[in-house]
Design a protein around this ligand. Structure first.
Ligand code: HXC
Length: 521
């Protein structure tokens, strides 16, 4: 090898070594001291071992403001590239807090945009590991432009490829809007936060004193706002969570949802689930755990729930059924009796649209007493939020199968993936109650005069309740009209669903030609 060649090789090695150092040893040590991993460590743990191929390692900023020309770090605060997760390609960007606090410069933004453009061209999911002080203050408006370039691409990519965000440090100001437009947001407890304006501004404007964690930490967004889909105790768990999430998603909107090998157990080829016959309590007012019911239906240990601590009266989860990835939307009778309210409607509507975007069939388990009454709900717009769920189901073209396990009352019956709004198979258990309202309330209204005129009004009321119950508090009126395709024994539910999903696999529905619908946002 001649000297020139040797020198050029060494130069590449030197440049690579500098880039790998990020903001330098001291800043890496400071990052570790906070219990946080570096951008590169996160990428290595996220991806299949040895699969990462970096792009843009030598990109630098072009700014001369405030002496920035003297502070140049190859990569400019974000590590970008491709790799695999369980053998499937993904694109990833990971912000490097050791370089200008992971702040977003013009060049940093260009690297992320290039990655997103590539994701759309190749049909590959994008994962963003966010850890950033926001816009690079020294660069001014060009960094704001960079954010907007990313936002625009988030929207272009929405519904084309899955976009997953993990918040692993600060994420403040307008910067929150990039994750907000992705499909999934995961957060790490006690080391990440998201807010549009931080505690200092809050104090000045509203005189509230609040910590970053309380204002926008993982627990706040997992329980109160619903911004976060899952929070994790540490970064490793969060990265593992991203891998688990991808397991249920296809690579892009042109692919079908994954189907993994599965065979029925030799000792139970018809997949009976006798335990399901025992799950519904004898009193209709007694709660039970819909998660337990769901686990009896799904392949063992495949439930992956999103937003478990937000709007607990509605469950949204992925799972496998006979190896097929499906999305499950279910009322949870053990939380607020499974009632539909604003948060439950918003949560489920967004989930339905996520599943529909990526061809993931939907299973809907219904036990709903109706919509939650009250001024709080009405004044905060339950009408429009409930309409989101109705719209999302009505619009979804993936296979959609409903099982009414117990109550399906009022408007909530229609909304929860009824036959009328396009469900493919509607099953009901024999204990199902499908009616306009509960028998007590119904009898009180429609037999009011008769009850009042009776010598013993209470006895009359009981008599009318029994009459209404006999007439409507069952699945047979709906079955007689074909609104329910089949009344089934709980124990045969899994078997019925396996064949229903297999039969609907090639479903093809086209909506009337339009630019796009106007979902009640
Ligand atoms: C340039 C930044 C920076 C930024 C941090 N740094 N944020 N450099 N632009 N936005 C640098 C610091 O100078 C420091 O450099 C290093 O990153 C680490 O920062 P520290 O403050 O030492 O770390 P820490 O104490 O952990 O605090 C982190 C922080 C704080 C909470 C993020 O740095 C902070 O408040 N930064 C400013 C946040 C902000 O106001 N950003 C603009 C938001 S508006 P050295 O050399 O010491 O290592 C916005 C608009 C987006 O983003 C709009 C989109 C539409």
């Amino acid at each position: 090898m001649n000297d020139n060649m040797n020198h050029s090789f060494q130069e590449l090695e030197r440049r690579r070594a500098v880039a790998l150092q990020g903001g330098g040893e001291a800043r890496i040590a400071a990052q570790h001291k906070k219990g946080k991993l570096t951008a590169r460590e996160r990428v290595d743990l996220l991806l299949d071992e040895g699969s990462f191929e970096e792009m843009g390692m030598l990109v630098t900023h072009r700014s001369h403001e405030f002496g920035l020309e003297k502070e140049v770090y190859p990569g400019d605060g974000v590590v970008t590239g491709s790799g695999t997760i369980m053998g499937r390609p993904v694109l990833v960007f990971s912000q490097d807090f050791t370089v200008f606090g992971g702040s977003l410069s013009e060049a940093h933004a260009e690297k992320i945009c290039r990655l997103m453009d590539m994701a759309m061209r190749l049909g590959v999911p994008v994962i963003g590991l966010n850890d950033s002080g926001g816009a690079r203050i020294q660069e001014g408006v060009v960094s704001l432009a960079g954010y907007a370039d990313i936002f625009y691409r988030n929207v272009q990519a929405s519904g084309v490829v899955p976009q997953i965000s993990a918040i692993m440090g600060p994420c403040a100001g307008g910067a929150v809007y990039s994750p907000a437009m992705t499909d999934i947001i995961f957060m790490v407890e006690n080391s990440s936060y998201m807010f549009v304006t931080g505690p200092n501004v809050v104090k000045t404007v509203t005189h509230e004193e609040i910590s970053s964690e309380n204002l926008g930490g993982a627990s706040t967004h997992s329980t109160r706002s619903g911004v976060c889909h899952l929070s994790f105790p540490h970064e490793l768990a969060c990265l593992e969570g991203i891998r688990r999430q991808l397991f249920y998603l296809p690579q892009n909107c042109e692919e079908m949802a994954p189907i993994y090998p599965y065979s029925a157990p030799a000792n139970n080829p018809l997949e009976w689930r006798p335990k399901l016959n025992e799950l519904i309590p004898s009193s209709p007012n007694q709660p039970y755990d819909m998660l337990e019911l769901m686990d009896e239906i799904l392949d063992p240990e495949t439930r992956f729930e999103l937003q478990p601590d937000f709007a607990g009266n509605m469950i949204t989860a992925f799972g496998l059924l006979g190896g097929r990835s499906i999305g499950i939307v279910a009322n949870q009778p053990s939380s607020l009796a499974g009632v539909l309210d604003i948060n439950a409607s918003r949560k489920a509507a967004r989930f339905v649209r996520l599943c529909d975007s990526f061809n993931i069939p939907l299973l809907v388990l219904v036990d709903v007493p109706g919509f939650l009454p009250g001024t709080d709900q009405e004044w905060n717009g339950i009408i429009v939020h409930g309409a989101k769920l109705l719209y999302a189901f009505s619009e979804a073209t993936v296979p959609r199968i409903t099982v009414i396990t117990r109550k399906a009352y009022g408007g909530a019956y229609d909304v929860m993936n009824s036959k009328h709004i396009g469900a493919d198979y509607n099953f009901a258990w024999p204990c199902a109650e499908i009616a306009v309202m509960g028998a007590k309330g119904a009898a009180e209204i429609i037999f009011k005069h008769e009850i009042q005129a009776a010598p013993d009004p209470n006895a009359k009321w009981d008599e009318k309740v029994a009459l209404y119950t006999e007439h409507f508090t069952n699945p047979y009126q709906a079955a007689a009209r074909g609104y329910v395709d089949e009344v089934i024994m709980p124990s045969e539910t899994r078997r019925k669903l396996l064949s229903a999903f297999a039969r609907t696999a090639n479903k093809a529905v086209r909506h009337p030609r339009k630019k796009h619908g106007n979902i009640p946002l």
